[in-house]
Ligand binder design. Structure first.
Ligand code: NAP
Length: 293
């Protein structure tokens, strides 16, 4: 397979950064992969795991020869990282990010991008509750959507990035910034907020009850604990940076919850049955689209 980029740099060697390195190494083995993370232990572990071609101690040397720079750090750290590396980029370098929120990242990064470079925001809709360099795996992006936000860039640059992500097995689609943040607020951010809340409620129960909740946890609660085990830094940043869309979806959710509360109180069986039937159809559609692992 012809490689879209000869040299890529990945900043942040956590779940997403290490998975991207492993996928690139496996599918495009001639691509030079430079890796950088600010934590010494993360860089050492990445070296032991053989994640890239080179692990750099300095962000400047990691990016200086790259044609594509991928920012795979928490969204709250994007601006700091972009500011650190901006002066070391060669002309015509494409920068993309993997951040879970887009409006905030575009606002933070855009003013720092040199005039002769190109920022094409993106977001892989793939992940797990694990973090760190050892959590990555080469097939994470296979048959998963990877959204690109064109952000006014030349089509040839966008096509090249899409070609690279597509080569890794991702299904590339294009999306507008505001729409992205609203869709993700309901499909990803609100479910995480609900999981954190339910597990937090259990944590606050009196000791005996809490122990029994853990001991007898059936699949419902267990599934929530998996989601609520997700990285605290990443998710803190997501809620702070997609506050508007999350609050809008939370408002709608609260209204729908009150409707259910009322239906239970007044024993409105038909209302409950009708809603639970509709939601079952959504589950079937997700399976039909091959988006359940
Ligand atoms: P992660 O496993 O926590 O990895 C992020 C890495 O970046 C960590 O090693 C972190 O080090 C490092 N880092 C933080 N600040 C840095 C800085 N200023 N300079 C250099 N390195 C820095 O996170 P992830 O799950 O890979 O997520 C990365 C990005 O992808 C986030 O923006 C997230 O929103 C997005 N994303 C995540 C998922 C998911 O399911 N996890 C899915 C799609 C998109 P420390 O931990 O020492 O700070």
């Amino acid at each position: 397979m012809t490689q879209p980029y000869n040299h890529i740099a990945i900043i942040g060697i956590g779940l997403i950064g290490s998975s991207l390195a492993l996928a690139t190494k496996r599918i495009l083995p001639d691509t030079h992969i430079s890796l950088y993370d600010h934590a010494d232990d993360v860089r050492a572990e990445a070296g032991q795991l053989g994640l890239g071609t080179e692990i750099h101690d300095q962000i400047s040397t990691a990016v200086s020869n790259a044609e594509l720079v991928v920012l795979a750090v928490p969204v709250g750290a994007m601006a700091e990282v972009m500011a650190e590396l901006a002066d070391s980029l060669k002309p015509d370098t494409v920068i993309t990010d993997t951040g879970s929120t887009k409006r905030s990242v575009i606002k933070d990064i855009s003013p720092l991008v040199p005039d002769d470079c190109h920022f094409i925001p993106s977001h892989p809709l793939a992940g797990t509750e694990f973090s760190g360099p050892a959590s990555g795996f080469a097939t994470l992006f296979e048959k998963r959507y990877w959204l690109i936000l064109p952000n006014g860039n030349e089509q040839i640059k966008i096509d090249r990035l899409a070609g690279y992500l597509g080569a890794l097995g991702a299904m590339v689609e294009f999306m507008d910034t505001e729409y992205h943040d609203r869709v993700l607020a309901i499909t990803s951010h609100l479910p995480h907020l609900i999981a954190y809340t339910i597990v937090g409620t259990a944590v606050d129960l009196e000791t005996q009850l809490k122990e029994d909740v853990i001991k007898y946890s059936a699949s419902g609660f267990r599934d929530f604990t998996r989601i609520a085990a997700s990285d605290p830094t990443m998710w803190r940043d997501v809620f702070i940076n997609n506050d508007e869309a999350v609050l809008e979806m939370l408002q709608r959710f609260t209204e729908d919850l009150s409707y259910l509360q009322r239906a239970i109180r007044w024993k409105e069986k038909d209302k409950l049955f009708e809603l639970f039937t509709r939601t079952r159809d959504i589950r079937r559609s997700i399976i039909d689209m091959g988006q359940d692992s």
